[in-house]
Design a protein around this ligand. Structure first.
Ligand code: UT7
Length: 329
């Protein structure tokens, strides 16, 4: 018996209104617009308002995804939220989103995996559809990175922004929608990108707080190298599983972390630049949300045709890698 497919039936994205430009950051740390643009490709990013939290961003993106899928919130069976910046340590942001949506009878849980979260959540949600356990799964990636940014560290504070994306997954014909995915993790490199304190290993103290150990820490140089080395391998595995050649890819959407990582990937994968979706100049690195925000923007501005092959590639905390190929329905 052929297993049914799982496709993205609706897509949404939301970024907060407040814009933080490179020039604004020059007032906070010793940096320059030229350094940030040359080393990252980022020109500005968005910052959530004081009274906003991750679930608020998730909610806005979800409303657009539901509208795009043309279904009421009540049709959702399961909500998965990918985030490393939840509203509170627990309960899950997915539960808070469920309450905002007023959905009854839907399971909820969070998936905490940093920048690979969106691809991992899409792959996870698709399993519920393909197995027949669910008819409609809402997959959201939402991040409020500026809440955990160390504003005294110029090597990280210029990189991150806030935003959310959402997708409604539905059943489709076999051979359509999600064709394949691959994941890999190098846990021995987990210390390269982390919030060092506040968990069970190192509970927070006033000293650690004063030393910004409640904030994001990253060895960007090492993460950069792991990303550039790991992307061809994870993409190769995904393409092989899907039985596709690189020529078959119509659109490549990567985690929007650094234009130089995307340049390296486009050269190593031999994917033409015009097939790459790039919008990190406007939003910076929004972790799990970046890929979906870029995909949604591309869909709204240029459209995605049925049958198009969309390659998604993400990397980040863990150190984790994930890639997926969809045949658009
Ligand atoms: O989303 C999760 C995955 N994360 C990533 O993929 C991030 C990957 N890493 C990167 O994107 C890059 O490594 C960074 C953008 C974080 C850093 O770029 P880089 O070219 O690797 O710079 P670097 O860390 O090697 O630093 C080069 C120099 C240093 O000065 P010295 O020691 O050479 O004198 C830094 O102090 O640039 C300095 N620097 C800055 N200068 C001006 C670091 N940050 C800044 C800054 N403005 N904001």
């Amino acid at each position: 018996m052929e297993i049914r497919g799982a496709c993205i039936a609706g897509l949404g994205a939301y970024v907060p209104q407040r814009v933080l430009t490179n020039q604004d950051l020059c007032d906070i740390v010793d940096t320059s617009d030229q350094w940030i643009v040359e080393h990252t490709g980022i020109r500005e990013r968005r910052m959530l308002a004081e009274d906003q939290a991750t679930s608020d961003l998730a909610y806005e993106a979800t409303l657009l995804a539901l509208e795009d899928a043309d279904i009421p919130a009540d049709d959702i069976d399961l909500i998965i939220v990918a985030s490393v910046t939840p509203d509170v340590p627990f309960p899950a942001t997915a539960s808070l989103l469920q309450a905002k949506l007023g959905v009854r009878g839907a399971g909820t849980y969070d998936l905490m995996s940093g920048c690979t979260g969106w691809v991992q959540a899409l792959a996870t949600g698709s399993q519920f559809i393909q197995s027949g356990s669910c008819e409609r799964v809402l997959v959201v990636a939402a991040e409020a990175l500026t809440r955990v940014t160390n504003w005294t560290d110029r090597s990280t504070c210029v990189l991150f922004g806030d935003g959310a994306c959402a997708a409604v997954l539905e059943p489709c014909d076999p051979g359509q929608g999600l064709l394949s995915f691959a994941m890999d993790t190098q846990g021995d490199a987990a210390h390269l990108l982390t919030i060092p304190a506040g968990g069970s290993r190192t509970p927070m103290t006033p000293e650690l707080l004063a030393d910004h150990k409640d904030r994001l820490h990253m060895d960007g140089h090492e993460v950069f190298k792991l990303a550039v080395r790991g992307i061809p391998e994870i993409v190769g595995q995904t393409m092989e599983k899907a039985g596709l050649e690189f020529d078959d890819v119509d659109l490549c959407v990567m985690h929007q972390a650094n234009i130089r990582i995307m340049d390296a990937a486009h050269r190593r994968l031999d994917i033409p630049y015009e097939k790459m979706v790039i919008n990190l100049d406007k939003y910076g690195n929004t972790s799990a949300a970046s890929l979906g925000i870029a995909l949604h923007e591309h869909k709204c501005e240029k459209g995605i045709a049925p049958g198009d092959h969309i390659l998604m590639v993400a990397f980040g905390a863990g150190f984790s890698l994930a890639a997926a190929v969809f045949r658009w329905v």
